[in-house]
Write a protein that binds this ligand. Sequence first.
Ligand code: SF4
Length: 273
Amino acid sequence: MQKIDIYQSIDVQGNAIGESIKSKNMSQETIANYGFIHSVESCGTVDGPGIRFVIFTSGCPLRCLYCSNPDCRYLENGRKVSVDEIIAEIQKYKSYMEASGGGVTISGGEPLFQSTFVREICKRCRSLGIHTALDTSGFCDLESAKSVLEFVDLVLLDIKSFDPVTYTKLTSVAIEPTLTFAKYLDEINKPTWIRFVLVPGLTDDPENIAGLANFIAQLNNIERVEVLPFHKMGEYKWEQLGFEYLLKDTLTPSPKQIQAALDIFRNRGILAI
Ligand code: SF4
């Protein structure tokens, strides 16, 4: 499996990502205390239960064709922040989180791309009694991820396709690390929500969805599956960055297509919404 950390990650063109960080000779302690974020959302309502403080980290080894945040592919696209700064900001919203059954969600980019930084945030939140959720593609170095998961209450795992060929066509990486990650979450009985983006003509093949549903049905830790309709909200960013947006002609799924996908999961006894 490809090892992912800020020193050893490789982009789809084979270029080292994070070289500029390495060249700054940052110590392990600095790496744990500082990280790179794209943005934050103080009152998010779609990334886990209740009202959530959502942190979008920068840096991601995937290249999803529908990515809404192509402007956070690299660590350097983000702003350098300390864990102390983030925690101070989070604490301002603690009462909203508590009253709504919410917490903090770390999303991206790919949060496990900065595992030591994310671990530190989750650890601090845990000590403050704040619920933590990790939104990840599962494409990561499992050993680094394990130490983060100790301090994570809920995982939002994006499985973008089940057919390996479609998965790679969509993301530019292999599906195996994500499936290994999913099995590990089951092994440690970590509460998990699966997220699946329904893209007409790409991920909507009933066999593909059935494969994913059969895989999920074997796991005991999955609380729900969220079927997310494909949208083009990030298209303008691709254009601004001079990247070619290959899903220009792809339509958003119809209510009937969404229902058909939901039925495949529900027919296997999975809570799908
Ligand atoms: S995993 Fe998320 S952030 Fe990374 S390319 Fe895919 S959609 Fe974009």
